[in-house]
Design a protein around this ligand. Structure first.
Ligand SMILES: Nc1nc2c(ncn2[C@@H]2O[C@H](COP(=O)(O)OP(=O)(O)OP(=O)(O)O)[C@@H](O)[C@H]2O)c(=O)[nH]1
Ligand SMILES: [Mg+2]
Length: 327
């Protein structure tokens, strides 16, 4: 792309042009070196226009009701006048090449909503790669004027950590269980949660949902709080009946305002940026090594030594970086 083309794309994004936004995200997701360069120039130019959105993460086990909730919740927000972008991180797309938002079937209304933008998870070989592209897509949607960004993930593997590491408020969705067990929710995920929403609080499941709410309150009470003086809330919602959808939004916004006022948000985003940077140092270093034929060759040999327990990984890493530095 010429400089002019990238510039034009940036202005189109800033004017809220959705097709330009979609094109830019495709650019960010591309694995071609020339696209990566263009994407970097584009993002660097747009960086001053990012950061103003409320960044929300929504996670939950398969079938917890994420898609149904986001459909109703997102529509509630666009009715309030917000511009909502829904992005996803799907760890399983690494295998299947598909994506959780590939099924827009439960978000048909939101998908047609002119104030909403839905983008499936990028395909990738590593969660890190997928996470980076999602972060960059988030920056693009912010530059395009979306003021609420929802990042959805299935609670599988490390994807919850990856999402909580790029959002302001992390929301955990949980279906009401049959008994008193906390349905398939990992402790690690609970510790990340700023808000727990027990879904499907309607019909036959209403009573179970109420029980689940008190179980989660209890469980959270016993955990180390994420912020010293802020206890995560637990609420029951129903996407089917539209129950407590507005309350869930109010709770998220109240928390967001409080995090902003008390300086937590600024610190959180700085810390996220710092971690992202050091991750990228690793990535860039690895790329540089593998692009240099001599180091790439040495990498194979050293890797084999590590795999055969002939070398300690730490010492091996130093050896490898030495081969790269030698003139
Ligand atoms: N009763 C009731 N059922 C719900 C509600 N929300 C979702 N469900 C049902 O729960 C099932 C899963 O809903 P989804 O919204 O697809 O859940 P999900 O978390 O997106 O699922 P995955 O994408 O597979 O991870 C579906 O059968 C929904 O009809 C609700 O508010 N009330
Ligand atoms: Mg879904």
């Amino acid at each position: 792309m010429t400089e002019k083309v990238v510039d034009d794309l940036a202005s189109q994004i800033r004017s809220g042009d959705r097709r330009a936004l979609a094109r830019a995200i495709t650019l960010v997701e591309s694995k071609r070196a020339s696209d990566a360069r263009d994407a970097e120039i584009l993002l660097t130019g747009l960086l001053p226009y990012t950061g103003q959105a409320a960044r929300l993460g929504i996670s939950g086990a398969p079938g917890a009701g994420k898609s149904s909730f986001i459909e109703v919740f997102g529509t509630h927000l666009t009715n309030l006048g917000h511009k909502v972008a829904v992005l996803a991180i799907d760890p399983s797309s690494q295998r299947s090449g598909g994506s959780i938002l590939g099924d827009k079937t439960r978000m048909t209304r939101l998908a047609r909503d002119p104030a909403a933008f839905i983008r499936p998870s990028p395909a990738g070989t590593t969660l890190g790669g997928v996470a980076r592209r999602t972060r960059e897509a988030m920056l693009l949607t912010e530059a395009a004027g979306f003021d609420v960004i929802i990042i959805e993930t299935v609670g599988v593997g490390q994807s919850e950590t990856a999402v909580s590491d790029m959002v302001d408020v992390f929301v955990l969705l949980a279906s009401p269980g049959g008994g008193d067990e906390l349905q398939g929710i990992k402790r690690g995920a609970m510790e990340l949660a700023d808000l727990v929403l027990v879904t499907k609080a309607d019909g036959d499941l209403a009573a179970a949902a109420r029980r689940a709410v008190s179980d989660y309150r209890m469980a959270l009470h016993l955990m180390r709080p994420k912020y010293p003086s802020i206890a995560p809330e637990v609420m029951a919602v129903s996407a089917h009946e539209g129950l407590a959808i507005a309350d869930a939004w109010k709770a998220m916004m109240a928390l967001h305002a409080r995090l902003t006022q008390e300086g937590h948000l600024q610190r959180l985003r700085q810390e996220q940026a710092r971690r992202w940077f050091w991750n990228e140092v690793q990535n860039v270093l690895t790329e540089m090594i593998l692009h240099d034929p001599r180091s790439a060759l040495a990498a194979k040999r050293i890797e084999a030594d590590v795999m055969a327990s002939r070398l300690l990984p730490h010492a091996a890493a130093r050896d490898l970086i030495d081969t790269f530095q030698r003139p």
